[in-house]
Design a protein around this ligand. Structure first.
Ligand code: GAF
Length: 394
């Protein structure tokens, strides 16, 4: 069986009729805990998963950029100078090529963050991935991260990983137009194998926290509900706006700066919905800190309790869960998981369940049965292991 690295190389050759000069990749992620805290300058605890997006790339001797993937027949073609000029380069690209906003956004953002793109050669790139799209596992940051490390190397830009996080975040926010925080791009670029990434989203500092799952006979089961989410629109931006309103009315720079007693004291002065949004953020930041402490003590029961408390907060206060996600959490816990919560931005996507290895099959069977009973589409379930961030593979 050929690996995805081989398939990506072969796909490039088939598409462009010559061999790539290298293959780079970046992982998808799950967020163990700390949801919507990133743009509130708080704490998050994601880990990179063992599903990756691979980018086969070669420089050209002209200024053309061709961007292509295994899921389309056609390459999107632009001039490097046009991509560098901004999102207007997307005009005229057909609907099925719109995903190219992610890679072209990285090119643009490299320029915005200091790379002198004038005079650099164009490139051909071909993407192949086993990160499910729209499952809340950060497939877009995986595309951005893989291309960012590739271009950083072949264009000899010398950006460090934290600067590449900024590049990918800028691409997502200002080129693609999704008002996200830095969680996904940080996980894709900074994660280390076998560990979660404890990230302070205010100053960007991070440290690995060992995840000794296998040694404790535990695994993380992903349950992709197949309900698709979309961050460019709707609820995500609304939640972000409510958090900003709360911070403004509480007189702080960001909800990170609010302690629980202060929020409680302001309960009657805030709009009810705004108060509940803020309560999720303030309590979620504390849950991240508590989870880091519990992981360091290898107290997985406490980790499980914190995961479920986080899910309840997202369901009831932040209101970003769905009936499918709630069902997956409930059934996981009833059939042996020690913790479960939705992961990612919400409004669809996936649940993660911290599950003893011996209970995985019974959890999966019970979830399949419950989803069928409710008339929901069959979910996709798989285990994930904490993996390495973006890298060169060949
Ligand atoms: C999405 C966003 F991209 C992240 O920045 C983060 O806000 C997350 O939703 C929620 O925690 O993945």
């Amino acid at each position: 069986m050929s690996s995805l690295v081989d398939e990506t190389a072969a796909g490039f050759e088939k598409r462009f009729s010559y061999a790539p000069s290298g293959i780079w990749s970046a992982p998808g992620r799950v967020n163990l805990i700390g949801e919507h805290t990133d743009y509130n300058e708080g704490f998050v605890l994601p880990f990179a998963i063992d599903r990756r997006t691979f980018a086969a790339l070669a420089l050209r001797d002209d200024d053309v950029v061709r961007v292509s993937s295994a899921s389309g027949d056609q390459a999107v073609e632009v001039r490097l100078a046009d991509a560098a000029a901004g999102p207007a380069s997307l005009e005229g690209i057909a609907e099925d090529g719109r995903w190219a906003a992610y890679p072209l956004g990285v090119v643009w953002a490299l320029g915005q963050l200091g790379a002198d793109l004038a005079g650099l050669p164009g490139f051909d790139v071909y993407f192949e991935s086993d990160v499910p799209i729209g499952a809340g596992l950060s497939s877009s940051a995986a595309i951005e991260g893989a291309l960012a490390v590739a271009l950083n190397e072949v264009w000899r830009l010398g950006f460090d990983d934290t600067r590449l996080v900024d590049v990918c975040h800028r691409a997502e926010n200002d080129f693609v137009g999704a008002p996200t925080g830095i969680l996904d791009q940080s996980a894709a670029l900074l994660s280390q194998e076998g560990a979660a990434l404890f990230l302070d989203c205010r100053d960007g500092s991070s440290e690995p926290v060992d995840l000794a799952l296998q040694a404790s006979d535990l695994a993380i089961l992903v349950i992709d509900t197949k309900v698709r989410h979309e961050h460019v629109s709707g609820g995500y931006a609304e939640r972000r706006a409510a958090c900003e309103t709360a911070a403004r009315e509480l007189g702080v720079r960001a909800l990170r700066d609010v302690a629980w007693p202060q929020l409680l004291a302001a309960r009657d002065t805030l709009d009810g919905v705004v108060y509940r949004r803020a309560r999720h953020i303030v309590t979620e930041d504390q849950r991240v800190l508590d989870t880091v402490a519990a992981l360091r003590a290898q107290d997985y029961d406490a980790v499980g309790d914190l995961m479920f408390a986080s899910h309840r907060s997202m369901r009831d206060d932040f209101e970003i869960s769905t009936p499918e996600l709630d069902l997956a959490v409930e059934i996981s816990l009833n059939y042996g998981a020690i913790g479960a919560r939705m992961t990612g931005g919400g409004f669809g996507g996936s649940v993660i369940a911290l599950t003893p290895v011996s209970a995985i099959t019974q959890v999966q069977v019970a979830i399949d049965g419950a989803f069928a009973e409710h008339g929901y589409a069959g979910p996709e379930m798989f285990l994930v292991w904490p993996s390495q961030g973006a890298r060169r593979d060949r």
